[in-house]
Design a protein around this ligand. Structure first.
Ligand code: NDP
Length: 243
């Protein structure tokens, strides 16, 4: 029987989410890990004793809520929700299929709103809890070929700060991590070859060296490890050479 509280991580099947899962698993936290490709979560190098895995699309509020309720029945209330799931499909606004904008806006914005609304009521009742939303440097700075992605991440910034203010009096913390470029699966879904080529040229401006996802995971843990009466509102983190 574990005495540590429940950590919920969305987008745990790859990239930042997988690293965050590994880090909290090493510290013995029970976890609910969410993603659509659960075979990838099952293949992570974790101690699965106190790990629940659920196939959840974060845009599906009911499915997301049921998964959290199932985990809370076993492990108690969620103490940390990491709203990490996201998608980036680069493209020029004039030529990009609007379905790609919709995918980014629903996953990156609605997914985060869904996560927050699912856990907030219980956190407020318990007078404790932490939500960490994964935004991006593209959440406060524009980049060519990123119109819908930038729109979605500016949205994450705005929603995070709004909810932080709304629930601060209940001792609930709402924080934001805004990473720069990192090598994950994120770029692999972009189909626009010109946008990909532009991105890779831009990456050379920092010597091709991007963030290691482990440092994003450590940032999430650092925010969580602060005392409950301290909220780190936002951390922006990038490779040193990123402009
Ligand atoms: P990955 O593509 O490696 O991981 C994205 C994760 O999100 C996957 O686990 C994927 O799981 C999950 N996901 C995507 N869509 C959905 C959905 N509809 N429902 C549930 N899960 C979903 O990329 P990263 O690790 O890089 O991305 C994690 C977060 O970090 C994203 O929010 C991204 O925008 C942000 N970010 C990334 C940066 C980078 O350069 N890599 C920089 C700044 C921010 P599955 O497909 O199994 O559902």
């Amino acid at each position: 029987m574990t005495t540590k509280p429940l950590i919920v991580i969305t987008g745990a099947s790859s990239g930042f989410g997988a690293e965050i899962a590994k880090l909290f698993n090493q510290s013995g936290f029970p976890m609910l890990l969410l993603g659509r490709r659960i075979d990838k979560i099952e293949a992570l190098p974790l101690d699965f004793k106190n790990v629940m895995i659920k196939k959840v699309d974060v845009t599906d509020l009911n499915l997301f809520k049921e998964a959290v309720q199932d985990a809370e029945k076993i492990y108690g209330p969620t103490d940390l929700l990491v709203n990490n799931a996201g998608v980036m499909l680069l493209g020029n606004l004039e030529t990009q299929d609007p379905k790609e904008w919709e995918t980014m806006l629903t996953t990156n914005v609605l997914g985060v709103l869904n996560g927050m609304t699912i856990v907030l009521e219980t956190m407020k009742q318990n007078n404790r809890g932490t939500i960490i939303n994964m935004s991006s440097i593209a959440g406060f700075k524009a980049f060519t070929n990123h119109a819908a992605y930038v729109a979605s991440k500016f949205g994450v910034h705005g929603a995070t700060e709004t909810v932080r203010q709304e629930v601060a009096a209940h001792n609930v913390r709402v924080s934001l991590v805004a990473p720069g470029a990192a090598e994950t699966e994120l770029l692999s879904h972009t189909t626009d070859q010109q946008a990909l080529s532009d991105y890779n040229s831009w990456k050379q401006t920092m010597g091709g060296i991007t963030l290691d996802p482990i440092h994003v995971a450590q940032t999430v843990k650092f925010i969580y490890d602060m005392p409950q009466n301290v909220t780190i509102r936002e951390i922006d983190i990038s490779a040193t050479k990123q402009e």
